[in-house]
Each structure stands twice: as C-alpha cells, then as structure tokens.
Ligand binder design. Structure first.
Ligand code: SAM
Length: 336
C-alpha cells in the first residue's frame, strides 16, 4: 500500500544524490567562496554504498516509488556509477532510471556503459551556448563544446529522449534563451528552462534575478508561436509547450512563479542517507543509521511510510520574505 502524505500525495519519484561533490562551481549553486578548499564535503565512509542505496531504493519501491533519478553533486564523479544503475535495474517494479548530469564526464564509453547497465535516459544541464557565458557560469573554465559532445554521445547511446535543463538568471544568461531553443528546435531533444530558485542559503538569491516562465514563453513565441501541451503525467514538474509549426517542444519549470507543490510526489535521498521531503527542506531523516544498525526490510519500509505520512511540505507555495532566511539544505547535497 502506498502511503499518502498529509496533503494526499503519494510517493512516486526518488531522487538519489550519490555525491555532494561537483567539478563545477556554478555561482548560483556552489559558489567558490563557500565551496572552496576548506569546505567539509562528505567522507567516503559517510556515503551510502551502492548496495545500501539499492536496498533503500527497493524499499521505497515497496512504498510506491516507480522512478529513480540519480543526481548530486555531479553523479558521474562517483566511480563506476554504471554498477549502481545495474543494481537498481534489477529492482522489480521500478519502471524508470534517469540521470541528471552536467555532462562534463559523459564520454562515449560512459554513455554506452550506462545504457547497457539499464539507464533509461539522461538530463544534461546546459545554461548557455555562448562559451564565455558558459565558462563564467560553471566558474571552472569548462568549454561548452565538450557538453555539446556529451549530448551527442547520449543520443548515440540511445539515452533518449534527452532533456536539456537551463537555469535562467536575469543579467546572466537570460539573453541566450532563444539561441538555446533554436539549437534543439526540430530535434527530439527537449530544452527546459528553469526559474532561478532560492535553494540553500549560499547563492544570494534575489527575486529580481528570477525570469518568470511566462516571460520565457513570451520571448520564444515572438520567433516561434507556442501552444500549451498537456502534461505527460500527474506530477510532471515542467509546463510543456509545443512549437505551433510542429518542430518539437520546450518546457518551463516555474517553481517560483507558479509552484506545483500540490502534485509533488518526489522524495530526495542525500548521499549520506538522509531523506528530505522537499527541495527546500531544512532537515533530513536519517536512514543510514537504520541501514547500518541492522534494521529489517520491514522495519525500514514502515519507517519510510511513517516519515512520508507526516509530510506537509509545500515550500514554494508559502515562499515569502520570511522563508528566505530558513536554513535550507544546499542543492548540491540533495541534487535537483
Ligand atoms: N551536477 C548535476 C547537474 O549539473 O545537472 C546534478 C546536480 S545539479 C544541482 C541539478 C540542477 O540543479 C542543474 O540543472 C542546476 O542548474 C540546477 N540548479 C542548481 N541551483 C539552482 C538554482 N538556484 N535555481 C535553479 N536551478 C538550480
């Protein structure tokens, strides 16, 4: 039986962060001055092993989860990630295994190995096609051409449909949204524009930096008229828009201006085994202690259900001046 939370939402999607480390230092997510040499990242023994992750994922599936997304940090920094995918793929009842990556380490070989292990598809983050803007946004001088190559590797490996996630921040990359849309228009690759969010406490978020999804749709419509498309499924995060001329679709993720908490069926597991019930949560529930303390499968399954039943989170709907100072978990800790 799938537990329902206090707002009647089931748990369907589990986002699993496999590492809190990243090789990019995007200022809106992991600013260099905070995540520098002295930052205390998780130690190896603190991380859940692949076996521990798989066991927990199986027990989440017992509770109703049907989809897993691997994220981070940068998930491809975790060595042999395809071994984890292979283990997850053996879980009965799990329909979909996806990966969110910055694409920097997605070589042809890696893409093929992930596909062979059972990965269904990838989402690649790409904020700009302009090399100078892209380098400024990853803040480690990583060239955009390498991410574009990774997208080709993912397509060739059949990790499709590929989604491209572009975080949009005013006065940073907002001027490049038409270029991004143009590049993938007419292909099966779907660009999704994400409103800049007040995740964590380190990015200095200001509402003025948010480009509303509505404005993004209006801007693109000037070149190519767009018509709203139905969502694929109940808890889909992106608002989907189709090009009126049939050249494909784009998405906008409007967590700030049009929150979608009412249909949120996502749970998030950090790399050290804490369960977070919201992207903007202030604390997590420790499942590593249960795993390592010898708890039975039944006990862990029940504990997951109990935590979920207590969930009342709907941060994006109650966001205000007062909530922006809450000590929220960093996005690099629990992933997107
Ligand atoms: N390293 C992987 C990647 O780059 O896709 C996975 C983790 S990263 C935290 C996941 C996504 O979160 C990226 O697309 C990133 O742009 C997005 N993100 C991070 N901070 C954000 C913020 N403040 N607002 C909106 N999106 C954000």
């Amino acid at each position: 039986m799938s537990p329902l939370d206090k707002l009647g939402r089931p748990v369907r999607d589990l986002r699993i962060s496999v590492t809190d480390r990243c090789n990019f230092r995007c200022p809106y997510c992991m600013p260099k001055d905070v995540f520098g040499r002295d930052f205390a990242f998780l130690q190896r023994e603190e991380l859940l092993s692949f076996e521990e992750i798989t066991r927990l994922a199986r027990l989440f599936v017992r509770n109703g989860v049907r989809k897993v997304r691997l994220t981070g940090g940068e998930p491809l920094l975790r060595r042999d990630l395809e071994r984890l995918v292979e283990q997850l793929a053996s879980i009965e009842g799990l329909d979909d295994i996806a990966l969110t990556t910055n694409g920097s380490l997605l070589t042809r070989e890696k893409a093929l190995a992930l596909k062979a292990a059972g990965l269904s598809r990838v989402t690649i983050s790409l904020d700009s096609l302009d090399d100078a803007v892209f380098r400024a946004m990853n803040d480690v001088e990583f060239p955009v051409s390498r991410v574009l190559e990774s997208i080709d590797h993912a397509i060739d490996a059949g990790l499709t449909p590929i989604k491209i996630d572009a975080m949009v921040k005013r006065n940073m990359n907002a001027g490049g949204i038409v270029d991004l849309a143009r590049r993938f228009r007419g292909t099966t690759t779907i660009v999704r524009f994400i409103e800049y969010m007040d995740v964590g406490n380190t990015n200095g978020w200001r509402v003025d930096d948010v480009v509303p999804g509505r404005e993004i749709v209006e801007t693109l419509s000037r070149d190519w008229p767009l018509v709203p498309a139905d969502g694929n499924y109940f808890s889909e995060v992106a608002e989907r828009w189709q090009y009126a001329d049939g050249a494909g679709e784009i998405g906008v993720i409007t967590s700030v201006t049009q929150p979608f908490c009412g249909t949120c069926t996502r749970a998030r597991l950090s790399a050290n085994g804490r369960l977070y019930l919201c992207l903007f949560a202030t604390h997590g529930h420790d499942f590593r202690a249960m795993l390592r303390g010898g708890a039975s499968d039944d006990a862990i399954t029940e504990a997951i259900a109990n935590v979920w039943r207590g969930r009342a989170d709907r941060y994006s709907e109650v966001r205000s001046e007062n909530t922006s100072d809450l000590k929220k978990v960093e996005m690099s800790h629990i992933g997107g």
